[in-house]
Design a protein around this ligand. Sequence first.
Ligand SMILES: Cc1cc2nc3c(=O)[nH]c(=O)nc-3n(C[C@H](O)[C@H](O)[C@H](O)COP(=O)(O)OP(=O)(O)OC[C@H]3O[C@@H](n4cnc5c(N)ncnc54)[C@H](O)[C@@H]3O)c2cc1C
Length: 316
Amino acid sequence: MKILIYAEHREGKIRKITYENITLAKQLGQPFEVLVVGSDVDHFADEMAKYGAEKVVFYKNSAFAQYSPDGYAKVIAKAVQDRGADVLLMGATSTGKDLGPRVGAILNAAMATDCTKVELDGDDLKLLRPMYAGKVHASIRLTSPVKIVTVRPNVYSAAEAPASAQTETVDAEAADFKAVVKEIISGAQGKLDVTEADIIVSGGRGMKGPENWHLIEDLAGLLGAATGASRAAVDAGWRPHDEQVGQTGKTVSPSLYIAVGISGAIQHLAGMSSSKYIVAINKDPEAPIFKVADYGIVADLFEVVPRMIEELKSKN
Ligand SMILES: Cc1cc2nc3c(=O)[nH]c(=O)nc-3n(C[C@H](O)[C@H](O)[C@H](O)COP(=O)(O)OP(=O)(O)OC[C@H]3O[C@@H](n4cnc5c(N)ncnc54)[C@H](O)[C@@H]3O)c2cc1C
């Protein structure tokens, strides 16, 4: 089984999920190559070699300096065919969600999205993915000749395993693009992306209003965490949508998720229940969040969170 890993990069940086997928491919013990689509991308080879990539293939064209959903999908599909790959491994990220189905449509390939476990079963892959907002986990097998698998970020930890990477460059064709991304307007500069963060402090309606969010931000700052929010907080206009965790927001799998004043509705759990450790702070002992929490604090958040902040400050 030959695996092709699509290397996701943004603003000149490889995204963590690429390293996680390299680690996963190494664990599977199958031959794999890493595919980089772009313009000025050669420098990525050394970074990927740090995680054990032995072969990095560049599909380059100056037109790929700008992301194009249909243009990238075509070149990825071409690369899958050129390299004779059986499996295309991508991240279950916004980019993976955008590109995976397009590549699947071109190659008539079956796709399993947002997998939380990828195992070898004979000559095949056995995949586990949450369904129905995380209520059930389906164990599935794809039967098409080419298979597309997207893996949930942070489920597999990227492990450094220095290798020396062989590289190959293909001058790729850039067909007529139907759409090109001209500009990306990012949110707050330097803000940690909630999907890549190892620790997340999330607030919900229990925070009462945006004027209290300094508690979430201070706690997150002291822990080196990203800030998240429930949909109730986002819908109320207290927080930007890019912080929303859940079924209609982001799916996260940090090592530690601290839910502050969040009830734990199924749609919220869908986005965070695969976190390694969950801490819930809620004054209602019956709140459903406690069913998934590893540690629960039944208390008024306006008493507990300032104490946590003081405690952490005294230790720093
Ligand atoms: C199709 C669909 C998609 C959805 N997608 C999402 C999604 O992506 N993400 C998401 O989050 N939701 C989503 N929702 C909404 C979801 O159903 C809930 O309405 C939402 O998650 C509730 O947010 P919350 O927990 O902040 O608010 P609430 O449910 O109102 O909970 C607030 C909690 O704060 C606690 N609290 C109040 N005051 C204090 C205090 N002083 N100290 C401690 N605790 C306190 C309360 O006990 C309560 O448990 C979706 C709903 C639908 C129908």
